[in-house]
Design a protein around this ligand. Structure first.
Ligand SMILES: Nc1ncnc2c1ncn2[C@@H]1O[C@H](COP(=O)(O)OP(=O)(O)OP(=O)(O)O)[C@@H](O)[C@H]1O
Length: 658
């Protein structure tokens, strides 16, 4: 996809974002009707047991309601800016929308455009997330903001001038002495490139290791770097590598969603040592005392005021006479409430300024700031720009989402693998969003702008072979330290063939890959479901797991993956006591295990293989195992597809010993 002008680019992505936003809302409606309130609270998308009270008026005359849970809010994914609904038991779908404007440990304040329903001032309320709207808003805002950045537009519209001024070339003293030549080359090219560089990292090639060294070098060269990734886990993986080698980084985001071991780098934790922030805290404490005192008086809100403005109430209270039917005692109580409110507002204002000062001091000093793509668009970073923005896992986020961090920097370095699964997109109509910016730029630019890491540190070379040929033009090499590693190297492993119906190859350490034809398997699906399961394959997976466990393999060394959620949940319940990790292929991207068992599920007369046809899913599945890969599938069905047929042929012939 190429764009002729910024306007065309903006219109194209705006409509896709709106489609996806609609699908997100439908997803929440569905989940609300399917899950119990407690199940939804556990997922972090509902908060139960709240009590509501009037919190005055907000910006633009909105009506504010504060919802409190005295015991504290449970962990949740609801953020300021999100759209929510409040109900008594189960939402009916008729509730008006509100927007979250403030969140504390015990309360959440929401804004309504018109007078909120009376229900809001009761106990036992339930608040539901309706759309994670904040990320959509940030995407739209990034699309707008990019119009002021000629350099960014040039990159997005593929108007890159390769022959402009010579870029300053740097020589490097690498911190990580173990880097291989391909990784060093990627770092040199990325740093010496002009505005944009793409690090293509096939499975296990040390993409994060390489990006981490690159960030170190950039920081040593006195650059201010913003480092982002789509998920908190991916940000923490990178942060762990960066801080291990001594780089000072600040991590922005909700500490509840961070890896505990990395909390000392969190902005929230670092702020605790700032004297300005401590002062701000004491002012917030004062506001709480004043708010308590306010409870003895009458709130000058809603019907109490009979339309009188604050100044008029104060004036009338001084006059010692009733006014518009409001008795003098009530006027005095409201006047006192107003003067306390003014004091509270002033303290809040002062505290917020002090907090801003403390945050600015920390962020001004930091050479590396780490956060998720979405949070890069938060108010906190509003006034900051960076020399370089580095985005890890860039093939897992949509183009508008990647734009959120990118517009904060002059030069972009993206790392990812467009041969693995693309970002998740809920709406069919928004499917073009599955082409990440990384993938688009990779296809539209020549090799001067990218480098593929070519040495992998995960898979036995036979396990790597098929993916290497099909997806990486045979350019991948297995590092000698792992190229021949097998189950034999694991302490205690002793192949044991206890089940005569399971081929010996399954426990034989010298056979890194086994394809098992589950010829009597039949796919089934529940009514109204596009997900499939296959009972015969479930039984075979169990027998294979038994065989491996009795060969003294630890359950934590085994992973079971399947493309279909129905199969995953049935495998989980059948193997409940096995303590083996069982996940969808999509959920296992980025992970690895010594042994992987794949159940492919599809088995029918017409050779239909559904979304197995997305070969990137097959690539992810085949590249998770380090020492042993067992693939279970219905050969006859799979042979209808050329690529699966090639895979089966290769793996059935390829189980010789090297
Ligand atoms: N030069 C190297 N020498 C030795 N080990 C390395 C080297 N580079 C990476 N590794 C190891 O390879 C493994 C994968 O590295 P890393 O997590 O950086 O890879 P990745 O490409 O981001 O992974 P993924 O495939 O999950 O995206 C890690 O255990 C890492 O320590």
């Amino acid at each position: 996809m190429k764009f002729e002008s910024y306007q065309k680019y903006k219109t194209y992505f705006e409509s896709l974002i709106q489609e996806e936003r609609k699908a997100e809302m439908e997803f929440h409606q569905n989940e609300i009707s399917l899950l119990s309130p407690k199940q939804r609270e556990k997922k972090g998308r509902a908060i139960l047991l709240l009590s509501g009270k009037d919190a005055g008026t907000g910006i633009g005359g909105t009506y504010l309601v504060k919802l409190v849970r005295a015991s504290g809010l449970p962990d949740n994914e609801i953020s300021v800016g999100d759209i929510v609904i409040v109900s008594k038991e189960k939402p009916s779908g008729q509730e008006p929308f509100a927007t979250v404007v403030e969140k504390t440990k015990r309360s959440i304040t929401i804004a309504y455009n018109s007078s909120p329903p009376y229900l809001l001032y009761q106990k036992n309320l339930r608040l539901d997330l309706y759309a994670n709207d904040i990320t959509f808003q940030r995407m739209l805002s990034s699309l707008d903001q990019v119009s002021n950045q000629s350099n960014s537009i040039k990159l997005l519209l593929n108007k890159i001038d390769f022959f402009k001024d010579e870029v300053e070339q740097h020589n490097f003293d690498f911190l990580n002495r173990d880097l291989n030549q391909s990784q060093k080359d990627a770092i040199k090219k990325a740093i010496n490139s002009d505005d944009l560089f793409l690090i293509h990292g096939p499975p296990g090639t040390g993409k994060t290791t390489t990006l981490s060294e690159c960030i170190h070098q950039l920081s040593h060269l006195k650059n201010k770097v913003l480092v982002t990734a789509p998920s908190n886990t991916a940000v923490d993986n990178l942060l762990e590598k960066l801080t291990k080698s001594g780089l000072k980084c600040i991590r922005i985001g909700n500490p509840v969603r961070m890896n505990e071991a990395l909390l000392s780098h969190s902005l929230d934790v670092l702020l605790q040592d700032s004297s300005d922030f401590q002062l701000a805290n004491s002012l917030w404490n004062k506001t709480q005392i004043l708010q308590k005192e306010q409870q003895d008086y009458l709130p000058a809100t809603g019907q109490n005021t009979r339309g009188l403005k604050d100044d008029a109430i104060i004036r009338q209270a001084k006059s010692k006479k009733p006014y518009r039917g409001i008795p003098q005692s009530k006027l005095r109580k409201m006047a006192k409430w107003i003067s306390l409110q003014r004091e509270i507002n002033a303290l809040y204002e002062e505290a917020n300024q002090l907090q801003q000062k403390a945050i600015h001091a920390l962020l001004d000093e930091a050479s590396v700031v780490c956060t998720t793509n979405s949070t890069a668009g938060s108010e906190l970073l509003k006034d900051f720009t960076f020399d370089i923005v580095c985005v890890d896992e860039a093939t897992q986020s949509t183009e508008p989402e990647t734009l959120i961090p990118l517009i904060k920097g002059k030069k972009w370095i993206l790392a990812g693998d467009h041969k693995q699964l693309p970002p998740t997109v809920k709406s069919e109509k928004a499917a073009p969003l599955k082409v990440s910016l990384f993938e688009r730029l990779m296809h539209q630019n020549d090799e001067r702008l990218n480098h593929m890491l070519s040495i992998q540190y995960r898979m036995h070379q036979q396990i790597m072979s098929f993916s290497n040929e099909q997806f990486y033009a045979n350019e991948l090499r297995a590092h000698p330290s792992i190229a021949q590693h097998t189950l034999k190297d694991l302490t205690g492993y002793s192949a044991f063939n206890m089940n005569p119906f399971i081929p010996k190859d399954v426990s034989n350490a010298d056979k890194p890959i086994v394809f098992m034809d589950c010829a009597d398997g039949v796919e089934s699906s529940l009514e109204d479901s596009f997900s499939y399961y296959n009972e015969a394959e479930i039984s075979l997976v169990q027998q294979v797991a038994d065989e491996l466990l009795s060969s003294k393999l630890f359950p934590e060394d085994i992973g079971i993956i399947s493309p279909y959620d129905q199969q995953v949940s049935r495998l989980k319940s059948k193997l409940r006591d096995y303590h083996i990790e069982i996940k969808s292929i999509d959920g296992f991207q980025g992970r690895e295990k010594e042994v992987i068992i794949i159940s492919l599920v599809r088995a029918n007369n017409s050779g239909k293989i559904g979304f197995l046809k997305d070969y990137r899913r097959l690539n992810v599945a085949l590249t998770r195992a380090k020492r042993k890969l067992v693939i279970i599938g219905h050969k006859e069905t799979l042979m209808h597809d050329k690529l699966y047929a090639e895979m089966i042929e290769l793996f059935q012939n390829n189980s010789h010993v090297d």
